[in-house]
Each structure stands twice: as C-alpha cells, then as structure tokens.
Design a protein around this ligand. Structure first.
Ligand SMILES: Cc1ncc(COP(=O)(O)O)c(C=O)c1O
Length: 500
C-alpha cells in the first residue's frame, strides 16, 4: 500500500485565518473534498505532519489535529513505521439500488395508504409577504429573549463532565433539578402547595392540554369551554373524542351559573379555563366565580383544566393567584410554561396535578415523546435558581406594559370610531370588536396592500359563528415604531372605506 506523495498540498490548500472555523477543521474539509473528488486516491501516502505544516505555514499541532480528526472519521489511516495514508475503505456511503425497482421521484404528495384526515385540524394559512409588518394574536417578542443568559448557562452545564449523563435516556417526568426548582418557584409565585411528585415537565403548555384531554375525554366525555375559546384547545378536545359544550363568557369570565345548570343535567368530565386572562377576550375570572367553580368541581367530580399560559403578564395590580392555589380537593390540572416568558421556541412547560393523574399523564407522554430536552431543562433549572428567569420576566413585563399603554392610547385616539375594546389588565393582546358594518375580510385585504399582514384568520375567534366581529391584536411583539405603523395603516384603511 504505498504510492508516493505527489499531491501539491501547498498550492491547493487555502486556509482562511479570519474565518470562525478552526484552521484544522478547514484543512480537514478541504482534504475530504480532494478525497471525494478522487484527487487524493485511496492508499496514497500523505506528507508527515512536520512537512505539511511547513508547506502550509501553520503550526504542526494544526496538522496533527487535522490528521487525528480525519483518522477518527475513517478518511485516513496510520500504518506504524510507514506513515499516514488515505484509507482504502473510505467512509462514503453509496446506497445500492434495489434490483427490479424502477426509478421513483424523490418527492411524493400522495400517500399509497389510507389514513384518517382530520378536517378540524386544518388551519387556514394566511400567506405572508416577506417584507411586511406582521401582526400576531398575542405572542412574546422573541427579539427580547435572554439568549445570552441561556447560552451561558447551557455552555456551563455542557462543560461539566458529570453532566454528560444528561445525554442519555432520562426521566419521563422531566429533569429532577428543574422539577425541584419549579416546586420552589411555583409555590412562591403562584401560591401552590406542590411537591416534585405533582409535576410533569412537558414541551410547552400545548402538550399539557393534550395530555389532560387524553386523560379525561375519551369515549365522548363532555368538556365545557367558553363560547369564545382558544381554538387549539378546542381542536385538542375534539381530537380526544370529547364533546364540547359551550357557556357564555362576560366581563367576569366564564359563566359558572351556566356550568352549574349543565352539571345538573348531565355528567361532565372537565372544564377548560384560561382564568387569568380568558383567551381570546382577555377578561379575568372573578373571585366569586373562581370559588363557585371550585365548589362545583368538588360537588360534581370534574376536572378543571386551568391553562395559565400568561400568568406573568399582569399589569394593573399583582397577578391573581390561580384556581390551583385554592384546590383543596384535587380537582385542578394546572398547565403553564416558559414559552411566553422566554420564547415560544423554548419548549418547556409543566403539567401540575395530584400525583396519580401526573403518573398517568407521564405514561401517556412516554409513548408520544420519551422525555424532554434534558440539557435545556437543566439550563432552565439553573436560570430559575439563579434568578435569571424572574429578572427577565420583570423586564419584559415592564416593556409589554408600556407597549399595551401606547397601543391602547393610539387605538382609542385614532381608531376609537371603528373599534370597541377594553384595556386588557394583562396578557399580550387586545380584544377588539370591529364595529358593524365594517368587515374584517375587507380591512385585512386592504392593510395587505400597505404591507401590513394579520397572520391569523379572524374567523377562528368565532367558534359558534355568531358574527361578533371580535379579533385579538397582539401588541407585545411590536416595538413602539411598529405599534405606530400598525395604527396608522389601520386608520388609513378604515378611513378610506366608504360605508353606504
Ligand atoms: C391560551 C393558550 N394556551 C396554550 C398555548 C400554547 O402555549 P405553548 O407554546 O406553551 O405550548 C397558547 C399559545 O399561544 C395559548 O394562547
């Protein structure tokens, strides 16, 4: 096995000392390229590290590191007392075609098998325009996410050798340090009285809603929600074969007298509430109705799925403690997470319930998703324990409050003739009702022409087709300039619509 070194490395290798990529990796990349293209043939001998480092004018350690890397990947091999050679068996996978099969196209749209198509899960996608200003229905501003803090904590964790064990299969219930940190955090901030046994870590609140629905709703069990409700929760309940019954929602939140009437007529399994700020109308469930709901749950043995998705964003006074903080009889499944405080892509949430319900949810979770992202969970545990999460949450709360104030002030001043709305006490969106006869379809089509796109379909808020003309406009993800732009463009469109 040896052919002489004939390849002119000096004139062919080009290393960029200003690049962020290590020199030894650049050398590897280029050598692999020459091997793949056949310029460096299998079994050909490579120059010694000293010679190559002189040719390339790099430190010898750079060449040694590159050779080590290429060796570990199987591109080159070292033969004692003879030198280093391009491997005879290169690590290039060349798949063999199955004999007798004709060429097929790579992308296929139509499945050659049958499956259930769930019409209720199809969402109307609003086409966006790349350069347009996009308005959501109340999500956090990802530009404010504490990415440096996350990266620092993540780096520190991955550096520690003993944390390597986080890379193997772990606990389905979630990282134990995060669950311990959450016990302190949730008991302090939400008045809960939980232990680690009451916590299942999820991938965001949505997984919690899904698990709760699977636990409670199979075989056409009944769940009560508001007449306007978070559409994805409704879809989740329908998917779990639950039957949704709706009750009205007013300025006090969901109507508990109507719930009581239904309970007297038939068994119900659960009620879904966004008690802190009802989704979509943003109203807070009153203290009286909270007590009523807890009493009903105890009396009629149903579960309250309390989705506290935006607990941290309450602006007028201290946040109102969740129903879960007064749950003396184990009726509440409390769902929340960090996607709203930190960033939607940080998929960590929690499902809090009596232990036996948590155990069952964990079994269900395991067949869907074996476990969470343990390294990220450990990172979050550290950020909760060292106060980073609370600091960040205080910071964004102040920013969102200022944005809410500006948005509502301009909305009132420039668009008061066109919309009915209340200033929301918290959350990330304003519930606005477009006065009749104005129509959202026309307004949205016209704002598009001005490069302003509402990314949600307004019809999703009218589950019962009542024609209430209500819509959620998110303010949290818009900075001050963007808020001004949204209001001005809306005003220009609405003022130009002729009502006959
Ligand atoms: C009311 C409500 N619940 C739950 C969720 C889901 O949140 P997550 O991203 O944590 O899954 C959302 C998301 O917008 C929401 O608005």
């Amino acid at each position: 096995m040896s052919s002489p070194v004939v390849f002119p490395f000096k004139s062919n290798i080009d290393l960029d000392r200003n690049s962020n990529r290590h020199l030894y990796l650049q050398l590897c990349d280029q050598m692999i390229g020459f091997i793949k293209s056949g310029k460096l043939a299998p079994s050909s001998k490579l120059p010694g590290s000293r010679k190559l480092s002189e040719d390339l004018d790099v430190h010898r350690k750079t060449v040694v590191a590159a050779y080590d890397e290429l060796m570990s990947q199987g591109w080159i091999e070292s033969i004692p007392a003879r030198g280093t050679f391009i491997s005879q068996d290169l690590p290039i996978i060349s798949p063999k075609k199955l004999r007798g099969f004709s060429n097929t196209t790579d992308t296929k749209n139509t499945a050659g098998f049958n499956f259930k198509k769930r019409k209720h899960l199809i969402r109307k996608e609003i086409e966006t325009i790349p350069a347009a200003l996009k308005v959501d229905d109340g999500v956090p501003d990802h530009r404010l996410a504490p990415i440096e803090d996350i990266a620092k904590a993540y780096r520190n964790i991955t550096k520690k050798v003993h944390h390597r064990e986080l890379l193997t299969y772990g606990d389905t219930y979630g990282n134990i340090d995060l669950r311990k940190a959450l016990v302190i955090y949730l008991n302090q901030t939400r008045g809960l009285k939980i232990t680690v046994d009451n916590i299942l870590i999820t991938r965001g609140s949505q997984m919690g809603i899904y698990l709760a629905s699977q636990l409670l709703l199979n075989d056409k069990k009944t769940i009560i929600t508001g007449k306007t409700n978070y559409m994805t929760a409704d879809n989740t309940f329908t998917e779990a074969s639950g039957v949704i019954k709706r009750v009205s929602v007013d300025a006090q939140g969901i109507n508990t007298n109507e719930i009581e009437t239904i309970c007297k007529q038939q068994p119900i399994s659960a009620i879904y509430v966004t008690s802190h700020h009802h989704h979509p109308t943003t109203v807070t469930l009153s203290a009286e109705r909270r007590m009523h709901l807890l009493d009903l749950a105890q009396q009629y043995n149903f579960a309250i799925i309390e989705d506290d998705y935006d607990y941290d964003f309450h602006y007028s006074n201290a946040p109102i403690l969740p129903l879960a903080s007064n749950d003396a009889h184990g009726n509440v499944i409390y769902i929340g997470g960090f996607t709203k405080i930190i960033a939607p892509a940080l998929r960590i949430g929690y499902f809090i319930a009596p232990k036996e319900a948590v155990d069952e949810a964990a079994r269900l979770r395991r067949i869907l998703d074996r476990q969470g992202d343990t390294l990220l969970e450990q990172t979050l545990a550290r950020m909760i324990s060292n106060g980073d999460v609370q600091r960040h949450s205080n910071k964004v709360r102040r920013i969102y409050k200022a944005r809410r104030d500006l948005f509502c002030k301009l909305l009132q001043k420039q668009l008061g003739d066109f919309f009915d709305f209340e200033i929301p006490k918290g959350g990330m969106a304003v519930w606005v009702q477009l006065k009749k006869p104005y129509q959202w379809d026309l307004v949205m089509a016209e704002t598009r022409k001005l490069n302003l796109v509402f990314i949600n379909d307004w019809k999703r808020y009218d589950n019962d087709n009542t024609g209430h003309n209500g819509f959620r406009i998110g303010f949290a993800a818009l900075n001050e300039e963007e808020i001004v732009e949204v209001i001005e463009k809306l005003a220009s469109v609405l003022n130009s619509i002729k009502i006959t």
